[in-house]
Write a protein that binds this ligand. Structure first.
Ligand code: KIV
Length: 267
């Protein structure tokens, strides 16, 4: 079903879950990669706040601003024809009050042309208010990077007794009106249990193979990150390839073998 769509919409993700069709999602932060991933048939593009690390070289996702993510999301939607584009609400843009959250979600939708926003935590009142404003919300539970300090570092969540609490939170996020949910760094069995416990599609990252879909940070999966988490599969070694290509170009320039006469204008 997903394969035949001209444009992926939130309701299509629900249909995909109903027919057990896995949903593919990748991050994208610019027009260059968004075009390629869209052409490859990735169903959902997430303008994630991981852009803080990947694109801006910052230490944590806490540092990216609303203006920065809006600028990136505008580039992504411009280059996307088919995929559903979801934009992360940065740290500090939805915690202080539901009014703030709605105002900032409206800005994201109005200025980027994206189809949905994503926010971390079981903030049911905030999710409900944004959904009431007509904006689809994707939730995010398990390891939530914006709470890295409160969680005591990058640690697997939802183990043992916490599994039941995580499932309760997932049900609450669904009841608040979220159309979908990301679960990050939880045991595979818990990923499957969360997916079975709710009707909305659950997209996993480091959450095993039993969720309704998978998401990865593209730079981790394509070999562009200095360090990738252990749950990431390497689909390409683009960093090495780019370095080699840049070295070849540098050598050609130094040896004056580029440009050739064919690569030059003769008059
Ligand atoms: O910002 C991001 O890339 C994310 C994914 C890890 C789901 O939220």
């Amino acid at each position: 079903m997903l394969n035949n769509l001209k444009r992926v919409r939130t309701r299509h993700l629900a249909l995909a879950k109903n027919s057990s069709e896995p949903i593919s999602m990748l991050t994208a932060y610019d027009a260059l990669t968004a075009r390629v991933f869209d052409e490859a048939g990735i169903d959902v593009l997430l303008v994630g706040d991981s852009a803080a690390n990947v694109m801006l070289g910052l230490d944590s996702t806490l540092e990216i601003t609303l203006d920065e993510i809006i600028m990136m999301a505008r580039a992504v939607t411009r280059a996307t024809r088919r995929a559903l584009v979801v934009v992360d609400m940065p740290f500090g843009t939805y915690e202080a009050s539901d009014e703030d959250a709605v105002r900032n979600a409206v800005r994201i939708m109005r200025e980027t042309g994206a189809a949905a926003v994503k926010l971390e935590g079981a903030r049911t009142s905030t999710i409900g208010r944004i959904v009431d404003a007509g904006i689809p919300v994707m939730g995010h539970l398990g390891f939530t990077p914006q709470s890295v300090h409160a969680l005591g570092g990058h640690r697997v969540q939802g183990r043992d007794a916490d599994a039941a609490r995580l499932i309760e939170k997932a049900r609450a996020v669904e009841a608040a009106g979220a159309f979908s949910l990301v679960v990050e760094m939880i045991p595979a069995a818990v990923g499957a249990d969360v997916s079975a416990a709710v009707d909305i599609p659950v997209i996993g990252i480091g959450a095993g193979n039993g969720t309704d879909g998978q998401v990865l940070v593209w730079a981790d999966a394509m070999g562009m990150s200095a360090h990738s988490p252990s749950f990431v599969r390497q689909y390409a070694a683009l960093g090495d390839q780019l370095r080699q290509a840049a070295e070849s170009y540098r050598n050609d320039v130094r040896e004056r073998t580029f440009p050739s006469t064919q690569e030059s204008f003769d008059h």
